[in-house]
Design a protein around this ligand. Sequence first.
Ligand code: UDP
Length: 407
Amino acid sequence: MPKINDYIPIVGDDTIEELKILGEKLKGKVVQHINSTSVGGGVAEILNRMVPLMSELGVDTRWDLLKGGEKFFNITKKFHNALHGISIEISDDEFNFFLQVENENAKAINFYGDVIFIHDPQPIGLITRKKDFDKKWIWRCHIDVSQPQENVWQFLKKFVEMYDIAVFSVPAFAKQLSIRQVLISPSIDPLSDKNKDLPEEVIDSVFEKYKIERNKPIITQISRYDFLKDPVGVIDAFKMVRKYVNCQLILAGNTATDDPEHDKVFTAAKERAADDPDIHLLIIERSHNDIEINALQRGSDIILQKSLREGFGLTVSEALWKKKPVIAGAVGGIPLQITHKYSGILTHTVEGTAYWLKQLLNSPEYAKQLGLNGHEHVKNNFLLTRHLREYFLMFLSLYHNTDIVRL
Ligand code: UDP
């Protein structure tokens, strides 16, 4: 497991020194993160690395999970889609069932942290315990809530406004709220198994394992099987390009335990792929996930992230860090990571994606430059150390009586 000093060669001495000073100032405080899954998806990805590093920096940081069954996660997935602006019917019974599960968890969870750090809508209702303890409460929203379905937002907003601070990933996601808002982008860990450098033999062995020959260009999208990641659109774009350029496609994903739509979406992608030998639909086993995703990204020529809606889109930073040319939907936090035609390509349609795939496959030098520019951008903006610094400053601001915090 990498230690904080291992990051010095990547981000420099000063950055790490500053983190140590900030950690020292927070000594004695306990930060308690709560979300709804420990595996799958961007939130778990970040917490897995953030928790041990914060603790190493002197801020006792722990992570608890909300408990919910299938019915609860079906409802919260509806919330997720509705917040992303997809029109969805949610019944009174479903809203009530959500509240019931929130109440059960609010009673069962031990709130031992000085700072209670709640992620996303699933555990948002735990805030009803705020009145019982003298704690600081943060709600961190990882979703694009810029154009939400109004009834769902109004339902959640009542909870949001009980927090001390709401954190959003991207300026465009900020809302009209009566509480303080802080904008903090997510990040990737350059030294995690997901992102660290890999020897060629490891990359080769992963492609061998999945029986994918590297004898023609490889286009890859890594995503949970979720309609909003548009795997079917990816397959359609690939089929358009393959008429002109001999290439192959990998769609690789697992599922998050709080995402019930996986099977349906995987089946839809499988039907669209229709046994095409150049389309590899992979489900990555959890036990090998990080190294295999890393190897698939590194062994690919172009990375796609053709999302229809997105929170931040960590997979984009992951691919850019690996100096890969990325073509991605211009949604959510993706335009923050990609400047069109400079550090990647932004698209809006299947046809646009197909057009740019063809362009990049035919112009490898241009594609390479996009990846190099993207790497610099991620290095300067989306590494874990920047994220830690901003969280530490935010925690400190909770204990200082000021409205203005410059991060
Ligand atoms: N991921 C993974 N294995 C998979 C699919 C996705 O490890 O089979 C990871 C991916 O590398 C990224 C995270 O899950 O780190 C997804 O985060 P992102 O912000 O792209 O999307 P989210 O799933 O949170 O909507």
